[in-house]
Design a protein around this ligand. Structure first.
Ligand code: SF4
Ligand code: SF4
Length: 452
């Protein structure tokens, strides 16, 4: 085990890892599931079922017609109650398949371990499994695994840092299934021809480091296998788990501005992603269940749970012990980078790694005051940006300035907002600034059209 270094900036928020030592509980009794036809960043899937159709667990119900899309499968057995259009947890209006569960969890005959003969069949299997980055923006994993020519990875980086407050699902994956985590890494290395892997774990999770090391030791003693996999103890500092920070901490390589990990010959996968790959190659069961942390001041029993994709969030909370009172804020993801939901009536999607529910008191945002030019936001920005300048430019819709000050490099980690004594809503303002930039060409086109 070695330690390379660490990135500059970042913060040290209270961990609130209340569920660290709580084993994952499988919850199954959901009367209905609501499965959106888009849980990835590409175009939505074509829905293959209609009202009244019987479905089984693992059955393909959404066909991916574009490389940036991934297939969608049923997470329960039962009958399709309806197919309707609604705003899913992703915030997009998409087709949603509502399935009434028969409670039997009958597995579809198509669920068979894939036959892997080479790199192409491995990539096809990853696509067929419906895998997207677990806990991220829903980027299809098979695309991530196919970099442009000349940018092939020579290091596989496994993200087990889990720096976000509250979330403990990655830690639980390591603690409960270290064998599958290591096997998944070996499979990816073997099929993609990557010679070396580094697993990054924050220093506040010594148990994860120990069990993974023990697993590697077992491999060596029982099978005489010694893959080039190292477990790296990382400094506990947010946002250690952000791709660019993790790559720098583990390899010393700097992803260029606007670049991607493949620009420095690195492939980054989450620990849950490699564990899923190990399971999928053995069983053929696609991505139909999700592990997540349920926590927050309005949750009666903070816990780690494993639920079917599409399970309604209110039913999940109820099945896990219920709420202490009226919720004030619901966040999908962690408290730093998660997305606040405008309603509780959403469902669990593939990218979910946490649901945080806070009471009315904790949901109150302190009022913004004038910037006092203390530069704390600048000092903690891991991307070396000037959050206060970006905030001003965003509020003034200064597109040129926002581009000049590299707003698109912001990883939306929220460190600037966290330290600001004036309680400026910096990250929210930066997100709006990015929206101005994205809509600028459309606005210019519309203006041009009107002028003609
Ligand atoms: S500007 Fe962006 S990257 Fe920098 S601290 Fe703020 S949210 Fe994080
Ligand atoms: S931390 Fe807040 S008050 Fe200080 S410079 Fe940044 S925006 Fe201004």
């Amino acid at each position: 085990m070695f330690r390379f270094g660490h990135f500059s900036g970042g913060v040290h928020p209270r961990g609130n890892k209340n569920t660290h030592f709580y084993p994952t509980v499988r919850l199954d009794k959901f009367a209905t599931v609501r499965i959106p036809m888009s849980m990835h960043i590409g175009p939505p899937c074509t829905c293959l079922v209609k009202e009244g159709d019987p479905v089984k667990v693992g059955q393909l119900i959404g066909r991916a017609d574009a490389p940036m899309a991934v297939p969608i499968h049923s997470s329960v057995s039962g009958t399709v109650k309806s197919v309707l259009k609604e705003v899913a947890s992703t915030g997009k209006a998409v087709q949603v398949v509502v399935i009434e569960s028969d409670g039997l969890n009958t597995v579809d005959e198509s669920v068979q371990p894939p036959v892997i003969t080479d790199r192409a069949s491995f990539l096809q299997a990853v696509w067929d499994s419906g895998l997207v980055g677990l806990g991220g923006a829903g980027f299809p994993t098979h695309i991530k695994m196919q970099p442009p020519a000349g940018k092939e990875p020579d290091v596989l980086v496994i993200n087990a840092a889990e720096c976000e407050p509250y979330i403990t699902t990655d830690f639980r994956q390591c603690a409960e299934h270290p064998d599958e985590v290591i096997d998944g890494i070996i499979q990816v290395m073997k099929h993609l021809g990557i010679p070396k892997a580094l697993i990054g774990v924050e220093s506040n999770k010594p148990l994860a480091i120990d069990v993974l090391n023990y697993e590697l030791m077992k491999l060596k003693l029982s099978a005489n296998l010694e893959p080039d996999i190292s477990i790296v103890r990382l400094k506990t500092r947010y946002p250690q788990g952000a791709e660019k920070m993790l790559i720098y901490s583990l390899t010393g390589r700097k992803v260029p501005a606007g670049g991607l990990p493949h620009d420095v010959h690195v492939l980054v996968l989450n620990v849950g992603t490699v564990r899923f790959i190990s399971k999928y190659l053995k069983t053929g069961m696609p991505l139909i269940r999700k592990r997540l942390t349920l926590d927050g001041s309005a949750v009666k029993v903070p816990c780690n749970i494993n639920v079917p994709v599409g399970a309604p969030i209110p039913d999940v909370i109820e099945a896990a012990g219920g709420m202490t009172g009226e919720p004030g804020k619901v966040i999908m993801g962690g408290s730093m980078m998660g997305v606040a939901l405008d309603r509780l009536e959403a469902s669990i999607i593939k990218q979910n790694n946490a649901i945080l529910v806070f009471d009315q008191k904790e949901a109150q945002l302190p009022p913004e005051t004038q910037c006092i030019r203390c530069a704390r936001c600048v000092n903690v920005c891991p991307m070396h940006l000037m959050p206060t300048t970006l905030d001003n430019m965003s509020r003034n819709q200064d597109i040129e300035g926002l581009n000049q000050y590299h707003i698109m490099d912001c990883i939306e980690c929220g460190s600037c907002t966290y330290v600001c004594p004036a309680k400026r809503h910096l990250v929210q303002s930066i997100r709006i600034g990015k929206m101005h930039i994205r809509s600028a060409p459309r606005a210019a086109q519309a203006k041009e059209g009107a002028a003609k």
